[in-house]
Design a protein around this ligand. Structure first.
Ligand code: G6P
Length: 607
């Protein structure tokens, strides 16, 4: 969850490191620090709070070193504090380490090291690493070998960078179950947990796999496997532009990403769907025989990605007539799910690094399912595990709360369902309508975005509320889940989403005078039912806001937000837009940090 940057080259490291951390704050932002080697000594500067606080630390701007490591933290072991912030040093200030992930056996390792005379100052799991490296260095006298030996003692997940004053022109990097990339531009070399951190310096990256080690010097990069055998790796060209990772004049990344959706959806559709043609998925080879042989589709993910799966379930079941279940990855992986070679398992992850989703995928493979990863990040961990990967191509998403990644995931899954239906030769008029409607989505999303001003006014009316409820039926219920998550994530207002028909079974007891209830209505067949449920809460004093593509002006709702009409199965892509904007503007009205909500991180790389 934390962010890592590293640099070795000819320029001043402090500027590159802090600049990189600023771009990674979406991964964690409760403390930050850097360590460089200056005059053959390790100089470490760190503090709790945001990355920008680093600029205020005495002497940091004067550092001349051209090698260094850096970290922005999302606390797991030990509260945010200067002592718990990374980098961590060994007892002799010879080695400095930054770490992402969790060392599960740190308690035992710490006890053993204490017996050997080491002292610990922080509450973190990370502090065992520099001391272990120190311990092994005594016999190995080689940084890479000492790090490798230390890693063999570690259980859990890690992406680490290590520097040593005894080998002052070297960074050693290792990864297991936590992402890490190496960027190169001539003799300048960059290390990062996420590509955007160093995208302004290079597009050429080596993507590390689990168990790999790297030794970076000014002249060379050497890659090794877990037993330190030399390995060759290929450079990957990353097409994301630097512009894509800047705010481009928007006040916040989230707002920029919301308004980017017509473009990101266009990119997702790409060449997969063209007018009057079949849907093309060159990246997967799934034939009619296979699809006829399966009896279940499992969609597994976390958070917003899981809600994208909920939307798609409707289309898979409708077009393929195959039972489709959606599961939360952290539950699925521990439940001994009933899956086998007759299950097609689809895993959705924007970052491709979510620990639970990756573990769930490994389990599905173990149980003989065919697996497909849906991801936004080229070469991310999940894409290396799955049999097939399909990319959303939504461009980098920086705001912690996901918006454009969600709509792109939904669009991609809709296309996949259509593709499978065509492979199965389940041709129908509905498929042709769906295809036409998908091609019109970017324009319709543009229309839906025009609700911005009225949604902002609404946000200014409701931002002081303590609770907000969202209700809907069928496909509309799937949107209420995402709408409610968005609102609570960034505005800290308690909110809940219910199937409209379930209200009477409990939640209606919470409805009182002046409370806001938001209804989503797009399914023609269910309009009357949903309207009745909303009338029931109006009777009990609720202020009802409705997001709809229907003409509901004859009803006594406090406000109706209209979005363009489309096929029912695609309506979530349009009804969610005002809900994203609502969460954004409520958060702004409360004066909160929209892009970096408290306690949250963009990609959850720990269980
Ligand atoms: C975190 C993020 C969410 C995201 C979820 C799954 O909770 O804050 O926005 O939906 O992780 O992330 P993934 O990268 O797997 O889609």
């Amino acid at each position: 969850m934390c962010g890592i940057v590293g640099y070795i080259g000819k320029n001043k490291a402090n500027e590159i490191l802090i600049n990189g951390l600023l771009k990674l704050e979406y991964r964690g932002y409760d403390s930050a620090g850097i360590a460089v080697i200056e005059n053959n000594e390790i100089v470490c500067k760190k503090d709790k709070g945001r990355v920008r606080n680093l600029y205020n630390l005495e002497g940091i701007n004067e550092l001349e070193s051209t090698i260094g490591i850096a970290h922005t933290r999302w606390a797991t072991h030990g509260k945010p504090s200067m002592v718990n912030a990374h980098p961590h040093l060994d007892n002799h200030n010879t080695f400095a380490v930054v770490h992402n992930g969790i060392i599960e056996n740190y308690h035992e390792l710490r006890e053993e090291l204490i017996k050997k005379g080491y002292k610990f100052y922080s509450e973190t799991d990370t502090e065992v690493i520099p001391n272990l490296v120190n311990y092994y260095y005594k016999e190995e006298k080689d940084l890479l070998k000492a790090v490798n030996k230390a890693c063999k003692d570690l259980k859990g997940s890690y992406a680490i960078e290590v520097i040593s004053k005894d080998e002052p022109d070297k960074i050693v990097v290792a990864r297991k179950d936590s992402p890490m990339v190496i960027g190169v531009a001539g003799n300048d070399k960059y290390v990062a947990s996420d590509i955007p951190a160093v995208l302004e310096y290079t597009r050429d990256f080596y993507l590390l796999a689990d168990g790999e080690f790297v030794e970076l010097t000014r002249d060379e990069i050497k890659f090794y496997d877990e037993d330190l055998n030399n390995i060759e790796k290929k450079i990957e060209k990353i097409e994301w532009s630097e512009k894509a990772t800047s705010k481009e004049g928007y006040e916040d990344y989230m707002l920029k990403e919301i308004y980017e959706q017509p473009k990101s959806i266009r990119e997702t559709i790409g060449s997969r769907l063209k007018e009057n043609e079949k849907c093309q998925f060159d990246d997967i080879e799934i034939d009619k025989n296979y699809l006829q042989s399966i009896n279940k589709i499992k969609i597994v993910a976390c958070g917003t990605a899981m809600y994208a799966g909920l939307v798609a379930k409707n289309t898979f079941e409708r077009l393929l007539k195959i039972d489709t279940e959606v599961d939360v990855a952290s539950e699925f992986r521990y439940r001994d799910p009933l899956i086998d070679e007759k299950t097609l398992a689809i895993f959705i992850s924007q970052s491709g690094e979510t620990a639970d989703t990756i573990a769930a995928l490994k389990l599905a493979k173990h149980k003989k399912c065919k697996t497909i990863a849906v991801s936004n990040v080229i070469g991310s961990s999940i894409t290396r595990e799955a049999h097939y990967t399909i990319y959303t191509h939504a461009g980098p998403e920086i705001a912690v709360a996901s918006t454009k990644a969600y709509t792109s995931q939904v669009v991609l899954l809709e296309l996949l369902a259509i593709h499978f239906a065509e492979v199965l030769e389940n041709n129908s008029e509905e498929i042709e309508t769906l295809k036409d409607e998908i091609l019109q989505l970017p324009k319709k999303v543009e229309e839906a975005l025009k609700t911005g001003e009225e949604v902002k006014e609404l946000a200014n009316e409701i931002y002081a509320q303590k609770d907000v409820f969202f209700i809907g039926r069928g496909i509309d219920f799937t949107v209420t889940k995402e709408a409610s998550l968005k609102l609570k994530e960034i505005s800290y207002i308690h909110s809940d989403a219910y199937q409209a028909g379930e209200l009477k079974h409990g939640p209606i007891a919470l409805i009182e005078n002046g409370i806001t209830v938001i209804g989503i209505i797009s399914d023609k067949k269910l309009v009357k039912k949903s309207v009745s449920n909303l009338q029931e809460v109006i009777t009990r004093g609720a202020n009802v806001i409705v997001v709809t593509d229907k003409d509901l002006s004859k009803y006594n709702f406090k406000k109706i937000i209209k979005v363009p009409e489309t096929n029912k199965l695609l309506s979530p892509i349009l009804t969610v837009i005002p809900m994203q904007l609502l969460a954004y503007y409520v958060s702004k009205a409360k004066g909160l940090d929209v892009d970096k909500p408290r306690n949250l991180a963009k990609s959850v790389t720990v269980e």
